[in-house]
Design a protein. Sequence first.
Length: 81
Amino acid sequence: MPLYFFDVHDGTHITDKVGVELEDFEAAKLHAMHVAAIQSVNPKMIGSNGGAMVIVIRRPDNTVMASVRMSFNINIEKRET
């Protein structure tokens, strides 16, 4: 099975040094979306970077295959007094 790496950019840069063997590129895209979904419940997602995250999917030769971008923002219309 092909090996894919999933680097995370969320105000910091985390390079995946292990990778995941997956059936194909479609499975890699689903895995990246799953990683983003798990991170979306992290309270730190609402921070100075506006809650933006990018998961970069790359192959062992460092070829970037795709990226998944997620943003999580809370817009407060009226504050309670």
